[in-house]
Ligand binder design. Structure first.
Ligand SMILES: N[C@@H](CCC(=O)N[C@@H](CS)C(=O)NCC(=O)O)C(=O)O
Length: 200
């Protein structure tokens, strides 16, 4: 099994955490999608990481890959068996991924020369970020895990997002504004799978 990933991608990190939690062996094929000589397009026509090659097929998009791995290795389940409960977990994953996309859009916009940056675009994305973290903060108040008192894909997606924010947008002090979320993320982030994949 080959994972095509960059070491700083929060979406690719979700998959690295899942592979470690499920004790699945994999070869890490590092590829940075923004590099001129990237080979990511050989695996994903969208030119995005992560992609997972296994058994002659290539799976793309972290949510799809997460579903695939859940079927491939049901041990150490990251989704509840009941279908509706599983959708609840996937809903939180979609929220975390959506917040991440908004944050990355801001990060990329800020890399452009300041005179051509679009302030109203950044503001729109910032709204998604603030409201999204507010929602996650409510979901984690006084809780160890987001869904059903159980570690799940929802927690993996949320913590990969939150740690990416601390890594790439340190000026956005989300830990101060969302203290329940910060305490939750610190606890979940102490798991070995997060320590082994933390971007530095
Ligand atoms: N929805 C996708 C998002 C993946 C994504 O945006 N990955 C970024 C790296 S963090 C990427 O490869 N960007 C390259 C590009 O957009 O061209 C997923 O969950 O896998």
């Amino acid at each position: 099994m080959k994972l095509i990933a960059s070491l700083t991608s929060p979406f690719a990190r979700k998959i690295r955490v899942i592979l470690i939690e499920k004790q699945l062996d994999f070869e890490l094929h590092e590829s940075i999608p923004w590099d001129a000589n990237t080979d990511v397009v050989n695996y994903n026509p969208l030119g995005k990481v992560p992609a997972l090659e296994h058994d002659g097929k290539v799976w793309t998009d972290s949510a799809v890959i997460a579903d695939y791995l859940e079927i491939l290795e049901p041990n150490f389940a990251l989704l509840p068996e009941a279908k509706l409960a599983a959708i609840e977990v996937k809903q939180v994953e979609a929220l975390a991924d959506g917040i991440c996309e908004a944050a990355i859009a801001i990060f990329l916009e800020r890399k452009r020369p300041s005179e051509i940056q679009d302030g109203s675009w950044v503001q729109r994305q910032q709204g998604k970020l603030d409201r999204g973290l507010g929602a996650l903060n409510e979901m984690t108040q006084g809780k160890s895990f987001i869904c059903f008192d159980q570690y799940s894909l929802a927690d993996i997606a949320a913590v990969c997002l939150l740690e990416w924010l601390s890594f790439r947008m340190p000026e956005y002090d989300w830990e101060l504004s969302f203290q329940d979320l910060a305490a939750y993320a610190k606890a979940v982030g102490s798991r070995e799978a997060f320590k082994l994949t933390r971007p530095c």
